[in-house]
Design a protein around this ligand. Structure first.
Ligand SMILES: Cc1ncc(COP(=O)(O)O)c(C=O)c1O
Length: 489
C-alpha cells in the first residue's frame, strides 16, 4: 500500500510577514541588513513570488524595510533593535550533571577554576591576541590566490597528517629556524598546538596517570591532560626553567615543558637541566612534550636549540604554532613526533576532524616556501620588540623599584610583580582597571599549587603587549598608576 502523502501546511503571506517582522525586531536582521530577495525566498519556501511580495509590501508600508530598483530589500535605517549577539557567551555550566561522562564532569571542574571572559576593553593587556593591522594581508592574499588558481580535478578528503606541501615547507623551515632534523613523515599538521596537546593526552595518558608540569604553567595544557583524568605533578621553575632536580625519583608518563621560554615566567632551560630532564625521561620511560610556542620572538640572542634535537632515544614530541607569528585565529600548528608515535597520532587526528582545511594549509606552504613568512616574522619581531621596550620603559619610569619585571627577553608578554601592594588588593586593582577600560590579568590561575615564599604575597600580572599600539601601552601604564593611586594601601 502506498503511504498517504503528507501535506505540508501552506505558508501564507501573513506567516512570512510575521516571521520577518519578528526577526527584525529581535535584531537577527539589524538596520541596513539585506533580507532575502523575493525570488530567493519564494523558491526556498515553495510559495509563489506574489505571496512573498505581498508580505514585503506590508513590511514596507509599516516602515520595517525599504526596497529599491535592482537591489535586495534592506532593513530600514531607523530600526533600532539591538543586534542578536552572535559571539558565544561564556559557557554556562551546570555542575553535578549525572548524565555526563567522567570526562565531561572533569571538564566542568576545570572550567570552574578558569577566569571569565573580559568585556571589550580599550587597552587590553590580554596575552594571546595580536594586532589586526600586523597581519600580512596583501601577501597572504597572494598565497591564497596562488592556491585557488590550482584547481583540483576532484575534491576529496585528504591525508589526516596534513598537506604534503606544508609538511615539506615546515621540514625546511624547522631546519633553518630551529636546527630540527626530521622527515616530512614525522610532521603532522594540527588545528593549533592545542589540538596536539589534546591528541597527545588521548593517546598517551590514562585516568590516574601522573604527568609532570611546570608551576606556574600554561593552563590549556594542564587542562587537556587533567581532562583525561591524569594527575599533575607540578614542579617549580626559576630563571633556568623547570627545576629538574626536583624530579628525583618521581615517575610519570609524560612531562610538558616550555624550555625555550618558560610560560609564563620566561626562564630558558639550562643545558644541564635539559640533560637531566632527558635522562629522567629515559629512566622512567616518560614522553616529553616540548611546547615551542613563541621561538620566533627571541630579542637578545639566537634561540637555544630545542630539546627535540638532543633526544637520542626519541622521547621528545615537539609542537609549534603560527598563533604568535600570524594569527591565533588561523588554527594551524604542527607536531613533530618520534616515528613510534606518528601512526597512532595520525589515527587520533583523523578521528578528531579528518584533517585541517586544505586551502589554508597550502596557502601557508606557499607563504613559507616563497620566503614571505620569514620576512613577515622579522618585521613582526622588530615591531613587537618596540612594544616590549616601550612597556618596560613605561613600567620602570612609572613604578621604579616598586615593580619587578620578569621574562623580558623573549615572547609577547612579561610578568610583573608589585613588591609593595598586598595580594589582598589584587582583585580590586584588576576590577578598577577594567572599569577604566584596561584589561589586566592575574598570574594566579596559572599557579597550582600557589607559588612558595614572597611570590604568593605579591600581586603578579601577565601582560601581553602584541596587540597594543605604543601610545596605548604608555596610556595603559599611566592608567594602571592611577588605579594604584586610588587603592587604599
Ligand atoms: C604556552 C603556549 N603554548 C601554545 C600556545 C598557542 O596555542 P595554539 O597554537 O593552540 O593557539 C600558547 C598561546 O597562548 C601558549 O601560551
Amino acid at each position: 500500500l502506498e503511504e498517504p502523502k503528507k501535506r505540508l501546511p501552506r505558508i501564507g503571506y501573513r506567516t512570512i510577514y510575521e516571521d520577518l517582522r519578528e526577526a527584525i525586531c529581535s535584531g537577527i536582521y539589524a538596520k541596513h541588513d539585506a533580507i532575502p530577495s523575493s525570488r530567493g525566498l519564494a523558491e526556498e519556501l515553495g510559495v509563489s513570488r506574489s505571496t512573498v511580495n505581498r508580505a514585503y509590501e506590508q513590511l514596507v508600508a509599516e516602515g520595517y524595510i525599504v526596497v529599491g530598483p535592482g537591489t535586495r530589500p534592506r532593513v530600514a535605517a531607523d530600526i533600532h533593535a539591538d543586534r542578536t549577539v552572535h559571539q558565544s557567551e561564556p559557557v554556562e555550566v551546570r555542575s553535578a550533571d549525572a548524565e555526563l561522562s567522567a570526562f565531561g564532569r572533569r571538564l566542568i571542574d576545570s572550567h570552574q577554576r578558569q577566569r571569565s571572559r573580559a568585556p571589550s576593553l580599550r587597552i587590553d593587556f590580554r596575552y594571546g591576541s595580536i594586532a589586526g593591522e600586523d597581519f600580512p594581508l596583501a601577501n597572504w592574499h597572494r598565497s591564497v590566490n596562488a592556491v585557488l588558481r590550482r584547481r583540483e580535478k576532484v575534491l576529496s578528503y585528504q591525508d589526516p597528517c596534513g598537506s604534503p606541501a606544508l609538511r615539506q615547507a615546515l621540514q625546511n623551515y624547522l631546519w633553518r629556524a630551529r636546527l630540527i632534523k626530521c622527515s616530512c613523515e614525522q610532521i603532522i599538521i594540527v588545528n593549533g598546538s592545542q589540538q596536539a596537546l589534546d591528541l597527545l593526552a588521548r593517546i598517551l595518558l590514562d585516568p590516574g596517570d601522573p604527568f609532570v608540569i611546570e608551576n606556574p604553567s600554561y593552563a590549556m595544557a594542564r587542562n587537556s591532560f587533567e581532562a583525561e583524568g591524569a594527575k599533575a605533578l607540578p614542579i617549580e621553575v626559576d630563571e633556568h626553567g623547570m627545576m629538574t632536580e626536583q624530579l628525583g625519583g618521581q615517575r610519570a608518563r609524560l612531562a610538558y615543558v616550555t624550555p625555550s621560554h618558560q610560560y609564563p615566567l620566561g626562564g630558558v632551560m639550562s643545558i644541564e637541566r635539559r640533560m637531566q630532564l632527558l635522562s629522567w625521561a629515559k629512566r622512567c620511560g616518560a614522553w616529553i612534550v616540548e611546547d615551542d610556542y613563541d621561538h620566533e620572538f627571541r630579542y637578545d640572542e639566537k634561540p637555544v636549540a630545542p630539546l627535540f634535537s638532543f633526544s637520542a632515544d626519541a622521547r621528545v614530541i615537539y609542537i609549534g604554532t603560527v598563533s604568535k607569528s600570524l594569527s591565533p585565529g588561523m588554527r594551524i600548528g604542527y607536531a613533530v613526533l618520534p616515528h613510534a608515535l606518528t601512526g597512532v597520532f595520525a589515527l587520533a587526528k583523523q578521528l578528531a576532524d579528518r584533517h585541517n582545511s586544505v586551502l589554508e594549509q597550502d596557502a601557508l606552504a606557499d607563504f613559507i616556501q616563497s620566503g614571505l613568512y620569514e620576512r613577515h616574522v622579522r618585521r613582526q619581531r622588530r615591531k613587537c620588540n618596540l612594544r616590549r621596550e616601550t612597556l618596560i620603559r613605561a613600567l620602570k619610569d612609572t613604578f621604579g623599584d616598586r615593580v619587578e619585571i620578569q621574562g623580558t627577553q623573549t615572547g609577547l608578554h612579561v610578568v610583573i610583580w608589585f613588591r609593595d601592594i598586598p595580594i589582598t588588593q589584587e582583585a580590586e586593582l584588576i576590577e578598577r582597571a577594567h572599569t577604566m577600560g584596561v584589561g589586566l590579568y592575574s598570574i594566579r590561575p596559572l599557579c597550582n599549587p600557589p607559588l612558595p615564599g614572597e611570590r604568593n604575597k605579591q600581586i603578579g600580572l601577565v601582560m601581553g603587549y602584541a596587540s597594543i599600539s605604543l601610545t596605548w601601552i604608555v596610556e595603559g601604564v599611566a592608567l594602571l598608576q592611577k588605579v594604584i593611586g586610588d587603592l587604599r594601601l
